[in-house]
Design a protein around this ligand. Sequence first.
Ligand code: GDP
Ligand code: MN
Length: 438
Amino acid sequence: SNSTTGDAKVDEALIHYQESQLTSSEDEIKKLEDSEIEQTSMPFEDDNLINKLERPLYAISGAEAANASNALLLENTEIYKKLLDEPITEPKVGGLIRENDPVAGKGNATIMALVQNKDVDAIVGTIQQLEEKFNAKFAYPYTLMNEEYFTDEFKNRITSMLPVDRVVHFAKIDSEDWDVPEDIDMKKYKENMNQLDRDSVQYAKKISYHNMCRFYSSKFYHQDVLNNYKYVWRIEPNVNFYCDIDYDIFQFMEENQKIYGFTLSLYDSPQSVRSLWNVTLGFVKENPHYLNRNGAFEWIKENLQKPENFNMTDGYSTCHFWTNFEIVDLDFLRSEPYEKYMDHLEKQGGFYYERWGDAPVRSLALALFADKSQIHWFRDVAYHHFPYTNCPSSPMGSRRCDGKCTPGVFSAYDNLIVENCLPTWIKYSMSEEQLDMY
Ligand code: GDP
Ligand code: MN
């Protein structure tokens, strides 16, 4: 996982902060936060928003920063635990659609996974759990994609585990949406990946992983098989669901104007996205009208919990939604800002010359172009993808959850607690209304 970059890097980052006013005490940080809030509610002005994107969230410097980092991590861990310790069941909104409702399962939606033939057991495990906890009640179709043809054995395994009337699309991805584009310089790719590999970036030398990240960033929603769908819930082999979901999650998205739903938010390996922020800022400066004045800017400009990440990327926290779980309104991905942003990223070649993940790419687009009130943390959806978990508490006596996860425990590995970005999301991106929704 992320390697440390040493004190020199941190110092370098802190010199940068000195350009803005020097602050250190909690009071001062508070003041800064308040002024951020004021800025957000000012009338729409492109320059203002760009300024905000060029500033770190916390102005703090020198030796104070190390103490402040530790204090912030403690505070953040507390905030996270406290929220997940509150017993919850489902969103407190009117109009949830349940199993016996005539329109149950009638959302324009599909559950989707990219998967290889060899991973059939692992995807069967995921689908089994999702059926038990959610989809047996709502019967949404599945869409499985692969750059190779699915074998008959694979298809039989999937269809035979599901009710006969359940729709399953098996789709073959076109080579042009999967393989390395012609204009990628393979010599440069190899040189750069040797370096990233030495920097311990996971999957750096695995070309299929680069293809996968590009595919999930900019290609999957163009596949013909998704043409008539509006919402996609992405799943993966080998993940777990631990609590019942008794309402139609897609129609919840629609009724409540949500365009994106997530369960986990993490820091990324900064070596994998070294230039992504500068490339993104370049795009935004050319297209400031795409910025949403209610974007989640604080979350991407947070610079204190893992300052080395912010420094190495020249200004991006590396906070992202963990896209192995995502419920996304495809109209957002098909929108002009998102598509133009993808064109811009594609031109830079960073899916191959670096190892840009679809998660930071999707997350930057959402943080910049979407209204944060339209992004929903599914606190109630108990989800695990190694090594992280979103695990809510249940009211006494509730049988909603199966007890296979521990409420509030983000990771079983203590050294990974620092990788949790959700506290920053909670503090800066969630309104009272959102906090009160459970
Ligand atoms: P990680 O979660 O970042 O470690 O990556 P995964 O190995 O879980 O891959 C992410 C998703 O892409 C999963 O749904 C995989 O099944 C899928 N995936 C990864 N590589 C390939 C590939 O080469 N071909 C296909 N068809 N799917 C892939
Ligand atoms: Mn995975």
